[in-house]
Design a protein around this ligand. Structure first.
Ligand code: AMP
Ligand code: MG
Length: 424
């Protein structure tokens, strides 16, 4: 067998860093970490004016009130005849035709009717429309089956929207329907909260771009791409700061660059007990640390610090840990900074389809696939939950919140889960 090679210390004496055996950072609970982050991100970043048709998914910064009645005049809801209900069932003389959008404003004399199409304003004096299916028109005379009631088949003034009413409150996440509503009100521009700009840095001597050849011991950079995708999905603008080797000066420079270009900085890797884990001391040097470890799995070494209005997250290097920590701690901050009053994912009760072994000492956020089955939400595990195994996130739409314990949870047990994707 070839004997191992033992190298002498580096010539300049900067041989090896001391190995630390205990973290200097106290462990905080998930709730305490979330509270600290909520306090830091409580104030939205500011607002901007955008085109209404770019508004889907954006968060409204100012409430929208109706500035007119819609409709402004009573309109027909059917194709048929506009009539005066007080004429009763007697035959009417048909005097004109009104189509939607023809702009005619007529006055309807007693004993007469006009043909009217859906959406056309009623003539003055008319108070009902009779649907064409119930009518006959012969030699200009209208007759119909049954009675006619005042208000029949008429959309009254302001029935869709009343002048002055609150239409969309500030903080609403705009849907396609909201965009249509705003357009129907003639609003070309709307005021929405600014999207946070988030810079993402990967660290590690062993970390390479996915299109580079990787040497012995190397890994491809999954985290930066996954985190940038998650940043975009959270409604933010992402900036890539690339990959920084485990060199303190270089990482300091990259973090500073991130702070000048972005509202929020996210790093991954370099936050554990390794001799070349520099991120924690750097975040402590450049800002105020709010916590440096969380009683949480996966992602215990997660750190959060801030400088001025900027928030910095030092996430772990293991790809699953970094994404799960993002979900639980970073995403709510990004939603708050863009004015979302409901920054958390929905938390629901689910029934386990597989048994689950809890972590003995920390709450664990296990990845699962939740489906609607027989009137309940049922969770299947995504398999082994190792923090390097990105496959445990494949198709996962839920994080099961598994409290620490020594007893396995049996199939059929109820647990709480964060829904992080669509239920299919
Ligand atoms: P660290 O937190 O730097 O000690 O890294 C923990 C583990 O995550 C190591 O196995 C790293 O190789 C791996 N890792 C760190 N950064 C990345 C990354 N950007 N993409 C994929 N794996 C990574
Ligand atoms: Mg590392």
């Amino acid at each position: 067998m070839t004997p191992p090679i033992i190298f002498p210390p580096d010539a300049d004496g900067a041989a090896m860093n001391e190995m630390q055996r205990e973290s200097q950072w106290p462990m905080v609970s998930v709730a305490a970490a979330q509270q600290a982050i909520a306090a830091m991100s409580a104030t939205p970043l500011g607002s901007e004016s955008i085109l209404t048709h770019h508004g889907a998914g954006r968060i409204l910064a100012h409430p929208i009130h109706a500035h007119t009645d819609i409709p402004a005049e009573p309109r027909a809801t059917v194709d048929g005849y506009a009539v005066r209900s007080s004429d009763g069932t007697m035959p009417r003389q048909v005097v004109a035709e009104l189509t939607a959008g023809d702009g005619q404003q007529l006055v309807l004399a007693p004993g007469t009717a006009v043909r009217i199409m859906t959406g056309a304003p009623l003539p003055v004096g008319a108070d009902a429309a009779i649907m064409v299916e119930r009518t006959r028109e012969q030699a200009g005379i209208l007759t119909f089956d049954g009675n006619v009631r005042a208000g029949e088949c008429v959309l009254p003034v302001a029935s869709d929207m009343r002048h002055g009413e609150l239409v969309i409150p500030a903080g609403a996440v705009l849907s396609a329907g909201d965009v249509g509503l705003l357009a129907s009100m003639g609003l070309k521009h709307i005021s929405v909260f600014r999207r946070p700009v988030v810079a993402v840095l990967s660290t590690g001597d062993e970390v390479y771009e996915y299109d580079e050849p990787i040497p012995f011991g190397g890994v491809r950079d999954a985290n930066r791409h996954a985190l940038l995708a998650a940043v975009h999905a959270a409604g933010c603008e992402g900036i890539s700061l690339g990959i920084a080797r485990d060199d303190q000066a270089l990482q300091r420079m990259k973090i500073r660059e991130g702070l000048t270009r972005a509202d929020v900085l996210i790093t991954s890797g370099g936050v554990s007990m390794g001799t070349r884990d520099y991120i924690k001391p750097l975040l402590a040097e450049l800002g105020t640390v709010h916590f440096g470890r969380i009683a949480f799995k996966p992602g215990k070494p997660t750190m959060c610090a801030s400088v001025g209005q900027h928030i910095m997250f030092g996430l772990p290097g293991n790809p699953v840990s970094s994404l799960v920590s993002f979900e639980v701690f970073v995403r709510p901050a990004l939603r708050r900074l863009q004015g979302d009053p409901h920054p958390h994912r929905p938390q629901v009760h689910v029934t386990l389809a597989d048994p689950i072994t809890p972590s003995p000492d920390r709450p664990e956020y296990q990845r699962a696939i939740v489906r609607w089955h027989d009137g309940q939400l049922v969770a299947s595990t995504t398999g082994p939950q190792g923090s390097s195994r990105l496959l445990s996130l494949r198709a996962a739409n839920a994080l099961l919140i598994i409290e620490p314990g020594t007893q396995p949870l049996a199939t059929g047990s109820q647990v709480e889960a964060l829904l992080v994707g669509d239920v299919r």
